[in-house]
Design a protein around this ligand. Structure first.
Ligand code: FMN
Length: 324
């Protein structure tokens, strides 16, 4: 399948694995890239630029295909060493960066100077247009369904994607709620040039996370996610658990007086305990509604091949057949 996204990134299939904290390590990124899609290492999971450089080298040893690095620009006062991370990306020969969070404008000249293509993750048409205006090469449009941070507009992909298609000139991928070949064909029909998946790639053999996390995703239905941190305007879609229920109770009790410090125990630094130790109730962890469509833990290769075969079957048989 050839789309503007496969052309832009030099990949076989129009599928991207979005950056995921403590999930997007070299093993997963390499497996996704080896399957002909685009794997992405999550930059900030590596505590220092030196560790990111090492992770890039590990990934390079596992694949000769293109892969990218996610740089999430946090709204914190003391920011991570972004120039150092970018240097690690440049020196590691990585040519694709997925940016997310705050506007990446400040870093665009440096990235482009080194021939790096930038795909920015956005949850609204206005942010996507801004990304286009500042020179991003593509955008990833994340609907309200998505795992992680869906923004504050709550527009689901059935509306958001065609709206993005109406406004954007640069290529974009559909993100949030994408699970299989049906998702891909639907995303293409709505005007996207491919799809980005987070949660679906967690439930794969190669995802370097605890088996408990994968099984929790398989067991979850589309009703099992919750939105937390809405009162802080930092909404995150997570899988429900005991810690999330405590967090939501605090949000209810404290109302608009809530501060980040009030919920720090449930959200700060919990990812290693969940993803590595499998302590599912240690805190809130991102998960999309798409969990309701995930029923197995295949290898990445099987997953990608299955999606592409399903997409092709849908286009050639189901859709084309309707015209006869
Ligand atoms: C466990 C997890 C961690 C994530 N961490 C990040 C992150 O650090 N940076 C980022 O830009 N997006 C992050 N995301 C968002 C994903 O890259 C992707 O946009 C999202 O999962 C798409 O929605 P889906 O889960 O329905 O496929 C994360 C998602 C999950 C599920």
């Amino acid at each position: 399948m050839k789309t503007r996204i496969t052309e832009l990134f030099g990949i076989q299939h129009p599928i991207i694995q979005g950056g995921m904290h403590f999930v997007g390590l070299a093993e997963l990124a390499a497996a996704v890239s080896n399957a002909g899609a685009l794997g992405i290492i999550t930059g900030l999971t590596q505590k220092t630029p030196e560790l990111l450089a090492r992770e890039i080298a590990r990934c390079r040893a596992m694949t000769d295909k293109p892969f990218g690095v996610n740089l999430t620009f946090l709204p914190t006062v003391t920011s991570p060493d972004y120039p150092g991370y970018i240097q690690a990306i440049v020196e590691g020969g990585v040519k694709i960066v997925e940016t997310a969070g705050n506007n990446p404008q400040k870093w665009m000249p440096l990235l482009h100077e080194h021939g790096i293509k930038v795909i920015h993750k956005c949850t609204s048409v206005r942010h996507a247009l801004k990304a286009e205006a500042i020179g991003c090469d593509a955008v990833s449009v994340d609907g309200f369904e998505c795992g992680g941070h869906p923004g504050e507009d709550d527009v689901p992909n059935f509306i958001l994607l065609p709206r993005a298609a109406e406004e954007l000139k640069i290529p974009f991928v559909a993100s949030g709620g994408m699970a299989d070949g049906r998702s891909l064909v639907a995303a293409l029909a709505l005007g996207a040039d491919g799809m980005n998946m987070g949660t679906r790639f967690m439930a794969t053999q190669e995802a370097p996370i605890h088996e408990h996390v994968k099984q929790a995703i398989v067991a979850a239905s589309e009703l099992d996610t919750r939105l937390v941190m809405r009162p802080l305007r930092n909404t995150e879609r997570v899988l429900n658990n005991a810690a999330v229920e405590r967090l939501l109770q605090k949000e209810k009790e404290l109302g608009s007086a809530i501060r980040f410090e009030d919920i720090i125990e449930q959200v700060a630094g919990v990812y290693p305990r969940i993803m590595q130790n499998g302590d599912l109730d240690a805190g809130a962890w991102s998960c999309g509604m798409v969990a309701g469509l995930i029923r197995d833990v295949p290898t990445v290769k099987v997953l990608v091949e299955r999606m592409m075969a399903e997409a092709e079957g849908l286009i050639r048989q189901r859709l084309a057949g309707m015209l006869n």
